[in-house]
Design a protein around this ligand. Sequence first.
Ligand code: AMP
Length: 454
Amino acid sequence: MSGERVLIGLGANLGRPAEQVERAFAALAALPGMELTERSSIWRTAPIGGPAGQSDYANAVAVGTFARGAEALLSACQGIEAALGRDRREEQHHGPRAIDLDLLEFGAVESAGPRLKLPHPLLEERAFVLRPLVEVRPDWRLPSGRCPEEALALLEPERVELWGAGVAERPEIEVLETPAGAAAWCAGARGAGARIGLVPTMGALHEGHLTLVQRAAEENDVVVASVFVNPLQFDERKDLDAYPRDLARDAELLSGAGCGMVFTGTLEGFFPEAPMPEAIAMEDPGSAAQGLEGEFRTGHFEGVATICRRLFELVRPAAAYFGEKDFQQTRVVRDLAERLGFPGIVVVPTSRDDDGLARSSRNARLDGPSRARALGLPRALFAARAAWVAGERGRVPLECVLSAELEGLEVEYAAVRDPRRLAETPGRLDQAQALIAARVGGVRLIDNLRLDAN
Ligand code: AMP
């Protein structure tokens, strides 16, 4: 097939960029009149301009011939972009791109109407074009007469590396340690019009945490997570020391679930004015902190509320995501957010293993027999729900159903409460939440279940 020689640049930095570029290659190759002769590897490059916090780009070039004219190729490229999720109406200048196809050269054509300047005026200034072109066509003559390597040598050095290189060490996520750095990143994202969803965690992530990140990714433009083992919310030094930590793995999991930035604070960073926990002005967690966890973990909710407030003020998210697994915590942070006037609090259902055990970072510390005994918690909760469904509405009888399933465990509380008023102990209930805390093999576990709903 004959036609004009064409050079096309491909780029993407939203979703799974390398897959987007692969799809675009396939779509180009399938165009009537197109014969692709070379395609480069996919290269990872830093975004140029645009809002802060953008991910790296996946870039590549395609070389071939096209038999139907430059205007037809431009329209075809725009059709491919639309099919791959690019919405030009919503995008900002130099903002993130689901896919970008640039017609860089079309034979000797110099201009093809108002929509298209040829050759592309920035062709020789773009390392993300020149580097892939060096790979596939080092002999290419650019409009200046230079070959790509000569043109590349004239540019400021830029980070351009093969897409696969170093990915394991550096997941596609910004890992920021200082509150000032994290705050600036978030301000940049907000300034670019992004809605931020925040997922606070203590790390050692499991699928339960990732359901929060995925939900946040669905409902926001940008997800920020925090991985911070908050010393303020641990009432036992032993528990704090034994808490599992693996930031590299956490960052990779967060990245895969759609998180753009993870903030890994330290207590000193959070509270430069008072690095000693004793000297920090603690947030009053309000009445939702009374009883249950509040009774058995002195100071726990003060620690949670203090850190959540700092995180909210630093990230200024539109919404923050918390797991129903920590039911009382959701009530404490909801009240906190109400006092502050932001953010919206989204409560995500508890994620359970196949055997019913609520996922928890602490489960990793259960040995085989302890894990089997830990199943008493979900068994008790579902037995209480069965009793509710059978018509039981009395708090004490429902609590007896819980206790019966928890025999042999070191139970701290096994309570049934009105979810709207956790501190009260009514005789009869029209809405009911069963909540348990128990120690199994030295590991403290909590779980809960709404009884009047599935
Ligand atoms: P943590 O790292 O334990 O502080 O948990 C961070 C967030 O993840 C909290 O909002 C938890 O409620 C939530 N979370 C923890 N485990 C689960 C789970 N199994 N299902 C849903 N959310 C969870």
